[in-house]
Design a protein around this ligand. Structure first.
Ligand SMILES: Cc1ncc(COP(=O)(O)O)c(C=O)c1O
Length: 371
């Protein structure tokens, strides 16, 4: 019960899958097709089947997935994309990088996901797309967002970097809108051992565009029909993800059970606010995030007991220097407030019940009023 805990325990996962990972990687080293080898198509088929999407296109990272999806939509400079400011910067970053304008709508204060009820007020004649983020592993209200998009003729890109494996009304995250984009960053619910990501869509033309953009816009070798990027996922990284799929269903079930146990243990701890969960969807807990006051002191107290924590994210994107010009600082107050209070606790499929109790006891101690 003592010693330092891992924030995300990738070592236990590796120990469980070591032989499968070695076998899979060895096969790539033997055939030598390091770029666009057979594992790429194999992984794309497996992930398409897992999500139910017609097309899966693996790409170099979650950031690249967002970039390629946005490029495939063929927007014009100055076109607007409505999104949440309470996310990792990559969401807004790709919008700005392409010369589009991020328009921030606030989050639901309890789930921290884009509030569908606030989107329509942000739509202008320049709006072309909505980009919700399924934060912490729980989908945003995608049906409500898709309905708004349909009314206004907009595309929807789900940033599913944190929610691969999650379900929404019986359907899978990544396959809930025009495009779904995920990340295989090592700490994500499904991770590789470097950078990787994937784009999902049911639209044949958009899938073709994404496939071409991934390889410098080529529709055939040295035939550049559109502007693209070098955005492929390495064959070796695809092999790692294929090996990890062996116990992915177990890991997802485990993550959900760990989330439920954290909630049960934390219910009676004064000073801890739990993330709101909607009954029509689940959460795969990319991070197990709670709300606390006096966060820095709480983090220091936990750290002193060998319990690492993290903050996802301390400041919303519109409070970052690079994006401040796209909104007033006073906009999106729920995002600002969440940024001051969110705290992520250790979470990974191999976390033990004893370690969870240790985390909760330490948190309760840190929050107890001092005499
Ligand atoms: C919400 C969100 N979007 C995008 C990304 C970018 O993914 P990657 O790190 O694979 O580029 C991340 C990863 O941290 C993320 O959490």
């Amino acid at each position: 019960m003592t010693g330092k805990l891992e924030f995300i325990d990738l070592k236990s996962q590796y120990a469980a899958l070591k032989d499968r990972i070695a076998e899979r990687m060895q096969r790539v080293l033997d055939h030598g097709q390091y770029i666009m080898g057979p594992e790429v198509a194999e992984l794309e088929q497996r992930l398409a089947a897992l999500t139910g999407a017609k097309h899966c296109i693996t790409v170099a990272s979650g950031t690249e997935a967002l970039l390629i999806a946005l490029m495939a939509l063929d927007l014009k400079p100055g076109d607007e994309v409505v999104t949440t400011p309470f996310t990792f910067a990559a969401t807004a970053e790709m919008i700005v990088l392409l010369g589009f304008v991020p328009v921030f709508a606030d989050i639901e204060p309890d789930t921290c996901n884009l509030d569908a009820a606030l989107i329509e007020a942000k739509i202008t004649p320049r709006t072309r797309a909505i980009m919700p983020v399924s934060l912490y592993g729980q989908c945003a209200d995608m049906d409500a967002i898709d309905a708004i998009a349909a009314r206004h003729g907009l595309a929807v890109i789900e940033d599913a970097a944190q929610s691969f494996g999650a379900s929404y009304k019986g359907r899978k995250s990544g396959n809930l809108s025009t495009f779904g984009c995920t990340s295989f960053f090592p700490s994500k619910p499904l991770g590789c051992y470097g950078d990787g990501g994937a784009v999902f869509t049911n639209d044949d033309a958009l899938a073709q565009a994404a496939r071409e953009i991934r390889v410098h816009g080529q529709s055939a070798r040295y035939t550049h029909t559109r502007v693209g990027v070098g955005g492929r996922m390495d064959t070796l990284q695809c092999a790692v993800v294929l090996a990890k799929l062996e116990r992915f269903e177990w890991e997802i079930a485990q993550r959900k059970a760990l989330g439920a146990r954290y909630a049960e243990l934390l219910t009676d701890v004064p000073g801890v606010g739990l993330l709101g969960l909607r009954p029509d969807r689940d959460c795969v807990w990319a991070q197990y995030t709670v709300f606390v006051e006096r966060r820095a002191a709480v983090q220091a107290a936990l750290q002193a007991q060998g319990i690492p924590t993290a903050v996802h994210y301390p400041r919303p994107v519109h409070h970052q220097a690079a994006y401040a010009r796209y909104a007033d600082a006073s906009d999106c107050p729920h995002s600002v407030s969440a940024g001051e209070r969110v705290l992520s606790l250790p979470m990974s499929a191999d976390l033990s019940a004893d370690d969870q109790r240790r985390v909760v006891a330490a948190l309760a101690g840190a929050l107890a009023p001092r005499r």
